[in-house]
Design a protein around this ligand. Sequence first.
Ligand code: BES
Ligand code: MN
Ligand code: ZN
Length: 527
Amino acid sequence: MTKPKISRLALLSALSALTLAAPINAQSVLGSGVPASTVPNSAERPIAFAEQAPADAGLIILMQSAELPDISALSPAERSAVEAAIASADFKGKTGSTLELRGIGGHPLIMLAGASKPDDQGPDWKSAAGKAVQKLKTEDTELTLVGPPDAAGMAEAALGLDLGQYRFDRYQTDVETAPASQKVTLSGPQASAAQTLWNSRHKHLADSVKLTRDLQSEPANTLYPQSFVDRVSAAFKGVPNVRIEILDEAAMRKMNMGAIVGVGQGSPRGSRMMVVRYTGGSGAPLALAGKGITFDTGGISIKPNKGMWAMKADMSGAAAVMGATLSLAKSRAPVNIVAVAALAENMPGANAQRPGDVVRTYGGKTIEILSTDAEGRLVLADAVQYVADRYKPFALVDIATLTGSVGRAVGDQYAGLFAREDAIADRLMKAAKDSGEHLWRLPLHPAYAKAIRSDIADVKNSGVTDAPGASAGAHFIGYFVDESMPWAHLDIAGVDWNNSAKPLTPKGASGFGVRLLDQLARDWTAE
Ligand code: BES
Ligand code: MN
Ligand code: ZN
């Protein structure tokens, strides 16, 4: 046997491959390497259902009007005392209102929470329960909730409770301020049907919204493209009918995804594309694409410092599509979904892309970068082309914290909805109404498309024009979506983060889009 001969050239190329794979100065630790916390968020109040309420718990009564519902938790004497209090406080049972009573009978406290809406949409059990549990955040006692007369209402109330009691406190080491963690029992004659509903659907929705909020809240030193992938993969672990595909930078480069790789090239934390496929039905999937900028400094077109910290949540769209898909998969909804998270960190740096650079995208179209701060549309350009080409969806919805402009236009109660066709816009408007995550349709007028015309490439990513900023952004993404594809764009830059508490969303990350997209997917495939 002769010794295999290794040519000098082969040896050299083997060596250089080795060098490429592990450069001498490779940083094995990014950042300080000291984890900010090793504990999860503090324990929440567990949720239970029972026909009979525990006697010595604090009592929450959800009210559809000023009239006390017919409940067994109050003795006749307690009932008259509560009725007297309602009359003297002129409590009407309106959504958002509460009345806290103490010293009545054997109850450590009785809280009345209004569920009635001004229109005839039916009672808002979710908001009433969310508001009550927030008010009782530090109440050191077990709670019983009564009021909703049927299983559906009870499950809704449980969802409201669970969303309302969310906290992100894993970095607070002062345990004295930890919220109460005694259980809440929802009580009523249909408790066991409510429990079944909760276990099969609402609980998964609540858990998925909480995952999304956790991802949004995590600071960018802990949440970057690969750690987003790791955490979402862990959440899907063991969930049936799910397949996950991860593209790293090398894979994306091979496929000419110059836009997403360009955005991340100023950061040592590599960009990723995460694709989660859930197959619960038959036929083509619904595609959901989310902007996943784990931090947006603006890049070389750097942002001013004021409020820049909030750009840790610039991956809210990606977190929302993963949350919605997790909810659908865990509750085994009969739908097909392909969700894609376009993940990158937008940093300035010696290798960062510059204004004026031209990049090539997955499908071959080119982009002139006018502002490195208009990066969300860049990562989505590659994501929407890839998902449409590879997975042949029947429709595509993208969701992104894309522009400050949308918040100035519609404030913090609506996300902006853009669509070329009324049919898909109508579906989204209906899902918005049913889920309680509100949308307002904004214009995608053809005249605004001139905002993205470039002198030297196919399109440019920003520029001074008369077009509204949010519409220009929508047009840009739409340029990469085939005209024949039903497509909608959701700009959530005004709603991803709450500056003050709402009944279903404590101050901070909102998880916006999870309930909306979960609803949309169920409605669309159910026909
Ligand atoms: N992530 C921002 C948009 C944003 C602003 C989200 C405020 C949440 C709160 C986005 O990447 C951005 O910088 N957009 C620019 C676009 C402009 C450069 C065309 C904007 O809105 O100013
Ligand atoms: Mn930006
Ligand atoms: Zn951004």
